[in-house]
Design a protein around this ligand. Structure first.
Ligand code: SAH
Length: 387
């Protein structure tokens, strides 16, 4: 029997073991003459306890442990290295079974990004102490190896798309990252803001959200998960429909008009600024929740007062908060962030126009973990994997 392929949820052997939902596990066990409750048991081993080695699933029979391992239940990557930043950010470099390398980044949560939170963090285990006192961490996860979107200011897409990650590979980043929390920390939020475009890869992204939000598993409430997109309108619509608007949405807008956006985001020729605003209006957001607008400030491109005013007008019909990110320099481009004064001026104009506007401090840039730097310092694929 050939082992399941972690790079996709569905292969010849059915759904990959790590990507199976409890009901799929139940159906699997029943089809194999075993009682259905084993399904929830194995799902909990994987997603609640983070155990990906069937040999360690002590309440399963020896025969089942062997069988699950033959079917490909195993970690879908190896941890290569953990880079620790002075500011507490931790970047995990992971090597996938086919040699590709991706990263995910643990980031201490700032007060301001916490301000929309209404419910306490779920820890996934009732044995843990209350979460309130613990330091909240956000995990930034990757959905693709490389990226096809080609935004000119972003490092992830410079080499193009190698492949999408399977839901198993996406969800396992969370299971791995939980092992790298320090004492007194809790993994509170997930953001799909690492390498790749999550909505370009909708099915695996959506399945990973179902896995990670399941109450028998890691138990992240949907409101603690945010998907960031370059603006693929059909994907935004599907996400809204499939999760009832409860999954947080972040739009990488970066410009108030098509002529500016076109210069930095090739995908804007498919879905322009008006389409994007319309799709955000239609997103079935629960009351009192806001969509996040990401705006990377690039000197001389989108950072002028006129841009801020146009942005304020454009966003008027929406319930949003704005994250300003001074561009992190990448080797592939000569683009750069405006001066601090330029950034402040831009923010002040938006605040005066009545918007909640946050300046995203550069996190982890001493370990190349800041936005757009993922995988820049690392080759996407080991030389030995291609030669
Ligand atoms: N593809 C998704 C998620 C990945 S990028 C998206 O486009 O939203 C996460 C965020 O980092 C996006 O807002 C992206 O535009 C921004 N970003 C990418 N490169 C950057 C850079 N060099 N400096 C600042 N922000 C950057």
């Amino acid at each position: 029997m050939s082992a399941a392929d972690p790079t996709r949820s569905h292969g010849p052997g059915g759904v990959h073991p790590i990507a199976r939902l409890p009901e799929e596990w139940e159906a699997y066990f029943e089809a194999n003459g075993e009682r259905a409750f084993r399904g929830a048991q194995v799902f909990r081993w994987i997603h609640q306890r983070g155990e990906l080695d069937p040999a360690k699933m002590s309440d399963l029979s020896k025969a089942w442990r062997v069988r699950l391992s033959e079917e490909g239940l195993a970690p879908p990557f190896e941890l290569v290295e953990v880079f620790r930043s002075r500011d507490g950010t931790r970047k995990l470099l992971l090597e996938l079974v086919d040699g590709g390398r991706v990263e995910c980044v643990l980031i201490p949560m700032s007060k301001e990004s916490d301000e929309d939170d209404e419910s306490p963090a779920t820890s996934g285990s009732s044995a843990e102490p209350p979460t309130d006192r613990r330091r909240k961490m956000t995990l930034c996860i990757s959905t693709q190896l490389g990226c096809a979107m080609g935004c000119v200011f972003c490092a992830s897409g410079q080499a193009g798309l190698v492949r999408g990650l399977g839901a198993a590979e996406i969800a396992a980043q969370v299971l791995e990252a939980r092992r790298h929390l320090d004492d007194g920390e809790v993994l509170s939020n997930l953001v799909y803001m690492g390498m790749g475009e999550p909505l370009h890869h909708y099915d695996e992204t959506a399945r990973s959200i179902r896995l990670l939000s399941h109450g028998e598993g890691a138990g992240f409430g949907l409101r603690r998960i945010t998907v960031s997109t370059v603006g693929l309108v059909p994907g935004i619509r599907r996400l809204g429909e499939d999760f009832g608007g409860k999954v947080g949405l972040a739009l990488s807008l970066h410009a108030p008009s098509d002529d500016v956006r076109q210069k930095i985001i090739p995908m804007n020729s498919r879905f322009g600024v008006r389409d994007l605003v319309q799709s955000l209006r239609e997103y079935p957001l629960p009351r009192r929740r806001r969509i996040t607008i990401e705006y990377t400030l690039i000197s001389g491109v989108n950072d002028q007062p006129a841009h801020a005013r146009a942005l304020a007008n454009l966003l008027r019909p929406l319930s949003v908060k704005i994250n300003l990110i001074p561009m992190n320099v990448i080797d592939a481009s000569s683009l750069a962030a405006p001066s601090d004064e330029g950034v402040e001026r831009f923010r002040d104009l938006l605040v005066q126009a009545g918007y909640s506007c946050f300046l995203r401090r550069r996190r982890g840039d001493d370990v190349a973990a800041a936005c757009g730097q993922l995988a820049l310092a690392e080759r996407l694929v080991r030389p030995s994997a291609s030669s």
